[in-house]
Design a protein around this ligand. Sequence first.
Ligand SMILES: [Zn+2]
Length: 271
Amino acid sequence: MEYAMCTLINGEGRFGNLVGTTAHEFAHSWFQFLLATNEAKHEWMDEGFTSYISDKAMNDILQQGKKNPFEDAYRGYNYLVKSGVEEPQTTYADRYKYNMAYGISAYSKGEIFLAQLGYIIGEENLAKTLTKYFEDFKFKHPTPNDFKRTAEKVSGIQLDWYLNYWTQTTNTIDYAISSITDTTVVLENMGSMPMPLDVRVTYTDGTSEDLYIPLRMMLGTKPTSAKVLESWPWVQPTYTFTTEKNIKSVEIDPSKLMADIDSSNNMLEVN
Ligand SMILES: [Zn+2]
């Protein structure tokens, strides 16, 4: 348990847990001691941001070599969605019906808010956003909108939709590959929250290509080496694109940083 200038840690238990808890309580020095958000009202900016930064730091310092150091958070969030008791993150910390729903919403879904923002605006822009957020709001009481505006200024991408869907609703993401016919791919938005898409196409000649489909209401694109396709308006349930070579398989979001609740339809291979 953390208090500014004073942290209490259970002395017993396994070494790994001690390291993890120490890293987590350290990270609270920033979220929310220096960046003093209202932790009863915006608990995900406190526990979620702390969980994000401590998982990232542990992966680097302990050389854990995880490609996605946040995967436990995604697993927890999926569990919460399937439990059917999820409430929006705007719920005050002490007003959740179930403690489990509070915990996963604040810690895991809050952690994914940042990990997934890296997917949306690019990792470099996310790092710049966190630095600018610290510079502009240290020793102040920032709100969710302050963080969103910081990310928008850094990336040049509109993010009102992201803050709204992710923190104010329990809408979920589910994209699928409907069909592949020679050089034509049909994607489908089966979920209730839209997202930009990273798509990896592997051709029958063995080569592969990364494609990027921005979400139209972002009014911008992240910096990417992928080929940028036409943006996808959120009102359209399907999206079709064509390639120059015959396709063997298509995969949505190989990074797995997008919190798609059904990954079974994110990969399709032509038989
Ligand atoms: Zn904490």
